[in-house]
Design a protein around this ligand. Structure first.
Ligand code: ATP
Ligand code: MG
Length: 404
């Protein structure tokens, strides 16, 4: 017996009372069997969307064209989707058409992987038509049906396979793996945004080193034109090193945050390249900025010397500087410990590291007769002096410097 949230039980019960079938399905069944906490509980039913709406009264139309109605219960949404057979996926994302069916088996058949194609209800128990349980035990990702056909229908499944392998620590079954290599070029038709969402889930998972599969499966040129360069650079670094550590296994040491893991993956690329890759994959501006700043700073020469550290701090956020040090630590930079210690001293002493903390402001310079661009430039010049020597950060001293 699988424990499920009361709300999911309640929804299934209400649908069954009207004479329809209803099951928890997909990720929630998989995760529960693995002892992981499911993100959400999806329900699949023989009832048509109109019938689901009629049963529950208050529902939200979140994907009517795909047969999905969302029921809000105790402030959480539960997606209830009618059993369906998917038409062709011409855009590689959504089926062009869907056909409702009264057969649970048909609905399970359209799903991507055996471990995602199990249904459960208290009354019926686990419905497992494709040996998803066996594959959970073997820890493999295997397509439902013929892998080549399934990836041809929807190339995004290629990235989903690799992403689930990373999240669950599974491997990809041989025939499924072979089909990935073969159908890889179809990823051209999948939007960069959808590709990125899967890669971000992969990189922030427990097994970010599985990003290497993007190279091994041959899909990397279809992610972005620049992606193969990242793997090439890492291969060259490995060849140059005496003992070759796996280039990506250390990523798991970074906090599982989007910016951190992307910056870690790209940490040996030029900052402009980091930016181009992240922008090309439609990452949000914050992640693009963080990635570029962290990777750039991690490569720049930075020794255990306070003035230099203050200069870095004046150009980035504390989060970015922390990230930069984490990246340096990944590459076993022996000075990171000492730099961190000096950073703590800088914080403790309240050294000025930004224009905001400078003892003179724009108003002072206006009063001294300056205007326009000159003000900004002068403030920056004064900040440079103070970054070098924090004891100079006193109003009279700085104004005197200006006069002199
Ligand atoms: P997660 O924990 O990431 O939410 P999930 O298995 O719930 O994992 P979803 O993307 O939420 O994944 O999809 C829910 C279910 O819908 C999957 O378990 C799978 O059965 C099915 N599914 C989702 N995307 C596809 C797809 N592209 N092709 C076939 N089936 C899919
Ligand atoms: Mg889900």
């Amino acid at each position: 017996r699988i424990e499920m949230p009361y709300e999911a039980e309640w929804i299934i019960k209400k649908i069954r009372e009207r004479g329809f079938e209803a099951f928890a399905v997909g990720g929630c069944v998989r995760d529960t069997l693995l002892g992981r906490t499911p993100g959400d509980w999806d329900i699949t039913t023989s009832a048509k969307p109109e019938e689901v709406k009629e049963i529950f009264g208050k529902t939200v139309d979140t994907g009517l064209q795909h047969g999905t109605v969302t029921i809000i219960k105790n402030r959480r949404g539960y997606e209830v989707t009618t059993y369906r057979i998917d038409g062709e996926y011409r855009d590689g994302r959504h089926p062009d058409s869907v056909e409702f069916t009264s057969s649970l088996l048909e609905d399970l058949k359209r799903r991507d992987f055996t471990i995602n194609a199990m249904a459960y209800s208290h009354e019926t128990g686990i419905v497992d038509a494709f040996d998803g349980m066996g594959d959970l035990e073997k820890k493999v990702i295997r397509c439902v049906g013929c892998p080549r056909d399934r990836f041809t229908e929807d190339a995004l499944r290629i990235l989903r396979a690799i992403r689930f392998a990373a999240q669950l620590g599974f491997s990809i079954e041989g025939e499924t793996y072979g089909a990935i290599r073969e159908i890889a070029p179809n990823l051209k038709n999948v939007s960069k945004e959808r590709i990125q969402v899967e890669l971000t889930k992969l990189l922030t998972s427990a097994h970010p080193e599985k990003i290497a599969m993007v190279e091994d499966t041959g899909i990397s040129p279809y992610v972005t034109g620049d992606f193969p360069l990242v793997f090439q650079a890492e291969r060259e670094r490995m060849a140059g090193a005496a003992s070759g550590p796996e280039p990506f296994s250390c990523l798991a040491l970074l906090p599982p945050e989007k910016s951190m893991r992307w910056a870690g993956f790209l940490r040996h690329m030029e900052p402009d390249m980091v930016r181009r890759i992240l922008k090309g994959l439609k990452l949000d501006n914050e992640t693009v900025d963080n990635g570029k700043a962290m990777a750039g700073a991690a490569q720049a020469p930075l020794g255990p010397e306070k003035a230099g550290i203050r200069r870095f701090l004046s150009r980035m956020t504390p989060y970015q500087f922390d990230g930069c040090l984490r990246l340096k630590a990944l590459d076993k930079d022996p000075q990171t410990e000492e730099i961190r210690r000096l950073w703590e001293e800088i914080e403790r002493d309240g050294d000025c590291v930004s224009l905001k903390e400078l003892a003179v402001g724009g108003g002072d310079l206006l009063a001294a007769g300056m205007e326009g661009k000159e003000i900004g430039e002068t403030l920056r010049r004064l900040l440079e002096l103070v970054l070098e020597d924090p004891s100079l950060n006193r109003r009279e001293l700085l104004l005197e410097k200006l006069r002199g």
